[in-house]
Design a protein around this ligand. Sequence first.
Ligand SMILES: [Fe+2]
Length: 146
Amino acid sequence: MLSDDLKILLASQFAYYLKAHYFHWNVEGSDFAQLHDFFQNIYEDAYSAVDPIAEYIRSLEDYAPGSFERYQELSQIPGQTKVPRARLMIEELLANSYTMVDVLNTCFVSATEENKQDIANFIAERLSQQNKYMWQLRSFLKDQRA
Ligand SMILES: [Fe+2]
């Protein structure tokens, strides 16, 4: 059901947003300035998706979850309590991005099945943003050409 899939997306989106913000605060190393800014781009965009997802759930006449307890149950993105090295932060966010794509794809299929093209369109735009981060994250991980 689309509203249930969107609840999983909402919790996952919030967890993904929070992790990017957390990495923005705590990243260290020689690439600090670049990664501090890069994580900011990701968390600002990720956060901007939270409210529309919740409001789409309301438009389907369901209620939007909004507690850490419920998000812990619903989120597909594991939390991070340690402070990983910069490279590990990038690897982790990339792995989490693949999970976000899976969650988004599930929502897209449900939205199409339930004939909610407006929601499908929003989800498609989120996929496009997510794919952009993944390209950027992968590029950070590539060794420099000699
Ligand atoms: Fe900041």
